[in-house]
Design a protein around this ligand. Structure first.
Ligand code: BGC
Length: 577
């Protein structure tokens, strides 16, 4: 006879839930920042479920200090009546990028160029270890958006414009981060942002997505189906609207499609201040289980939800479902038995072994777009090389947003190697540096010109947003770096550091070799290993490459789907030696 008994895990969840008061349940659904709202006190008085670290004061200096900060909070949590441990979440989107000294990988767009599932899995594993080593058991990654428009400020956070490629790398990434969840070297992963984040009209962060339901199903939801199949622990709701309904309040997509349709039994977490921004209890009713109650939202959320229960606009069964999902992930992580991070892991942060994988990722992410007269690979014996551009000698600039700070940094950061340092290691002849193309090293045999975008994150990176003057083209200044050397007959090798394909048709025409290097992270020396031929190019374009600014006059730019715009280079393009 078949047993009708529930699996042990579900029994444990049910028995714990039965003991919980309404306040304790609402508490589990709450996430705050570690330095806000007198966190230590709130953990016990408000029964919090989770703590986040993102922008703002660091939890400490050393990794052990970070751990200790979270251990102290965890001790408070387990001292409460029911002793439910906390989840500690971090925006580790290309390595544990909030901790200076961690291994920082290329952003996802670069990983899309590698096409290497095994590598992406290893990167997930390493990110999990370095996140655990700094006290976290949950990461807000991977972003599995399908960007439709290069004007969107978050193109680089996503793997590719291709659904198929994104789905493959999603599987690898989720698997790498989560592995066996009760192994203390793994973390919960979060697929974000559900759904339509990268497909808003004109690439506006948090804008409206006007794709129809068939397109949403076929192109955007497919990677989520893969993530759910891989048992992803969490999904984050998106800032955008679909058909003008806020995604946070979109019950049809969150509950019917994701939870019921895909059988997702993990946590749906809101995005930043989602409760007060997107409709209060409507977002809970739509299926959001945990709320990022930050920036003054703590009381608003907890009191608002309680009121909703009292006046029956939110059902207790909805609350119970949310809490069960949160408890389920905590049990799966083994937090009830082992709530603290492993102190021995700190030696792994930024280790040689981890950096080697990051350097491999850099090498494999580089896409060669042009190589006239086989100017590349460069001979190590080249007599004189001039390296041009601020991006050549600045690990902050080469890494993009979400590096040390939310908006990235324009400074060198601890443990990283610059592109120039890598070139100097490889070259046997003279290497001179001309940061702004004003030193007239016209006797050089070749100029390696490194240029591109300065770091940005989220809406700050939207082209056309009032907060910035970003363009789809290079700045005049950077265009002149190429001209200056090219007009004097010096061979030019351009390395473009950018979070998205830019319109560089003239610059490609006017240079001898052109490499798309994306946002490469801490291991800048990976670039020279390919330029000097120790390794061949293997990267392939994860996006179609636009030829003109005009291509973006419609809602979307050149992409796999809109056949009316012909790209300069198609998706998948990439030369080799
Ligand atoms: C972003 C998310 C991020 C969250 C927490 C939001 O502004 O959209 O991607 O995980 O902040 O920092």
């Amino acid at each position: 006879m078949k047993s009708s008994r529930k699996p042990l895990l579900e029994q444990k969840i049910d028995s714990l839930l039965k003991l919980m008061t309404l306040e304790e349940k609402i508490g589990q659904m709450t996430q705050i920042i570690h330095f806000e709202e007198s966190a230590e006190e709130s953990v016990t008085s408000k029964f919090l479920g989770s703590i986040i670290h993102t922008q703002g004061p660091f939890p400490g200096e050393t990794a052990l200090e970070w751990q200790n900060k979270f251990i102290a909070l965890q001790k408070k949590a387990i001292s409460t009546r029911l002793g439910i441990p906390l989840l500690f979440a971090v925006d580790a989107v290309h390595g544990q990028n909030t901790f200076e000294g961690a291994t920082i990988f290329p952003h996802n767009i670069g990983l899309g160029a590698t096409r290497n599932e095994e590598l992406v899995k290893n990167i997930g594993k390493i990110t999990a270890i370095e996140s655990q080593a700094t006290g976290f058991n949950w990461v807000f990654s991977p972003c599995i958006a399908i960007p439709y428009n290069e004007k969107w400020g978050r193109v680089y956070e996503a793997f590719s414009e291709s659904t198929e490629l994104t789905a493959k790398l999603t599987k690898a990434s989720v698997n790498g981060h989560q592995g066996n969840l009760d192994d203390p070297k793994t973390v919960l992963a979060t697929a974000k942002h559900f759904i339509g984040d990268g497909a808003t009209d004109f690439g506006i962060e948090g804008g409206n997505t006007s794709l129809n339901s068939v397109e949403i199903n076929d192109r955007l939801l497919a990677p989520y189906r893969v993530a759910v199949k891989e048992n992803i622990g969490a999904v984050m709701a998106s800032f955008n609207r679909i058909g003008n309904v806020s995604m946070h309040a979109n019950k049809a997509l969150i509950t019917d499609t994701l939870k019921v349709g895909m059988n997702f039994n993990g946590i749906v977490v809101s995005d930043w201040k989602g409760y007060s921004r997107f409709g209060g209890n409507d977002i809970v009713n739509a299926g959001i289980d945990m709320v990022m109650a930050v920036d003054g939202d703590l009381e608003i959320f907890q009191n608002g939800l309680k009121k909703g229960i009292i006046d029956s606009t939110v059902s207790i069964s909805r609350i119970d479902d949310a809490v069960k999902r949160i408890l389920r992930q905590k049990f799966k992580l083994g937090l009830f038995d082992n709530p603290f991070p492993d102190t021995t892991l700190v030696t792994k942060i930024g280790s040689k072994e981890h950096r080697e994988i990051a350097r491999q990722a850099v090498r494999e992410s580089l896409v060669l777009l042009k190589n006239k007269n086989k100017v590349l690979p460069l001979s190590k014996e080249t007599k004189k090389i001039v390296v041009v551009g601020e991006h050549a000698n600045n690990s902050g600039l080469q890494s993009g947003g979400w590096t040390v700070n939310w908006q990235g940094t324009k400074e060198n950061y601890k443990g990283a190697t610059t592109i120039l340092e890598g070139i100097k290691q490889q070259a046997k002849g003279e290497v001179v540096y001309d940061s702004t193309a004003t030193k007239n090293h016209f006797d050089a045999d070749v100029a390696i010109i490194v240029l591109g975008e300065t770091p940005y994150a989220e809406f700050f990176g939207d082209i056309g947003h009032e907060s910035n003057e970003l363009k789809l083209t290079l700045s005049e200044e950077h265009q002149n770096y190429i001209k200056t050397y090219q007009e004097k007959g010096v061979k030019t090798v351009v390395v473009l550091v950018s979070g998205r394909p830019l319109v560089v048709t003239n610059q490609i025409n006017n240079s001898d070799a052109f490499v798309a290097a994306w946002l490469l992270g801490s291991e800048g020396d990976g670039v020279a290993e390919v330029l000097f031929g120790d390794y061949n190019f293997s990267g392939k374009l994860p996006h179609s490459w636009p030829k003109s600014v005009e291509d973006f006059k419609g809602k979307y730019g050149p992409n796999l789907w809109d056949k009316s715009v012909e790209p300069l280079f198609p998706f998948g393009f990439g030369l080799t030696y």
